[in-house]
Design a protein around this ligand. Structure first.
Ligand SMILES: Cc1ncc(COP(=O)(O)O)c(C=O)c1O
Length: 325
């Protein structure tokens, strides 16, 4: 079954970025996971634990609030294991991800925002409420489920340490639930405390201020920008002790960076991966890049999930060739 091939994703040097920034750049390509994103890792760990602990019976429904990718992992594995899935996404979710969720067998509800459990209109509130009112359903709750961090601590971190032969000096990842950066960050710092862990989030998100000052800034109710990353609340799966700095970028900068990267390399990158590229452009001085550094960028998914949003020129061409208005 496909769960056997979660993780152990390819890792490669990026010559383009290495030349551009005069440093050693590497990319961890998570779109090689079974449902094409890093979120297969926490999805599988959360499902496996719930089943093992008897928190759901065969035929039951796994419920999740997701920007799409975790939901897709949940839907895929639930179906394979004889369960159903109910996924709550926010209205900013790309049409490609919603289509993929439905094709994976998920029932999908589109919500106003993903502002956390306190907001009646959020994906998280709706998911929790659904699980509370439907027998034999289980809310995997990636924002607070320890299996989220654990999946990256147990798999992604060790993979990176091995793939870089211990040479990694910097790890850069977008922050959504915080599961990736917290799990990978903790594992890598245990191997070598000098490894720098950098997060990236969109402007308006509150985690960088929280990291710097310890204060929880006033919440931005309308906040929901780059798909997969950025928050208006502090997720339980965010471990600030292992993150050295969080850089912020504009959504427009990310889109421009994605298109430039495509021109330079021919590759399509996902929204949050584009945010990492934008963070290099905007913050390169502050990052103090040098030739000796081994910098790993974490690409959680692929640009094919966002063609209608980021690469609209491709989308228009596709529609014309298919004769769709
Ligand atoms: C495309 C994408 N990038 C980044 C993230 C953030 O990862 P994490 O939730 O582990 O912080 C997510 C999370 O859903 C995502 O889907």
């Amino acid at each position: 079954m496909t769960t056997a091939i979660i993780g152990n994703t390819p890792f490669r040097k990026c010559e383009t970025l290495s030349q551009l920034y005069e440093s050693q750049f590497f990319i961890k390509e998570e779109f090689h996971n079974p449902s094409m994103s890093a979120k297969d890792r926490p999805a599988f760990f959360m499902i496996r634990e719930a089943i093992a602990k008897g928190q759901i019976k065969p035929g039951g429904t796994f419920v999740e609030a997701s920007s799409g990718n975790t939901g897709l992992g949940i839907a895929t594995f639930a179906k394979q294991l004889g369960y159903q899935s109910q996924i709550f996404v926010s209205k900013s979710c790309s049409s490609e991800k919603i289509d993929a969720l439905r094709m994976a067998g998920a029932r999908v509800e589109i919500c106003e925002n993903s502002n956390g459990l306190h907001d009646f209109y959020s994906t998280q509130f709706r998911a929790q409420s659904y699980a509370a009112t439907h027998p034999n359903s289980y809310f995997t709750n990636q924002y607070y489920n320890p299996q989220n961090i654990r999946s990256h601590y147990k798999t992604t971190g060790p993979e990176l340490w091995k793939q870089t032969a211990g040479q990694i000096t910097h790890f850069i990842a977008g922050i959504g639930t915080g599961g990736t950066i917290s799990g990978v960050g903790r594992y890598l710092k245990e191997q070598n405390p000098n490894i720098t862990i950098w997060g990236v989030e969109p402007k308006g998100s509150i985690l960088s201020e929280f990291l710097t000052t310890g204060a929880i800034p006033e919440q931005h109710a309308t906040y929901d920008k780059i798909e997969g990353i950025g928050r208006s609340f502090i997720p339980g799966a965010f471990d600030r002790d292992v993150v050295d700095h969080i850089f912020q970028v504009d959504i427009e900068e990310a889109e421009v960076a994605a298109r430039q990267y495509r021109q330079l390399t021919g590759s399509l990158v996902g929204y949050s991966s584009a945010a990492l590229l934008a963070s290099l452009q905007r913050h390169k001085e502050q990052m103090g890049l040098t030739k000796e550094q081994h910098i790993v960028l974490f690409f959680p998914d692929h640009g094919s999930r966002y063609v209608s949003k980021i690469y609209s020129d491709l989308f228009d061409r596709l529609k014309t060739s298919l004769n769709i208005s």
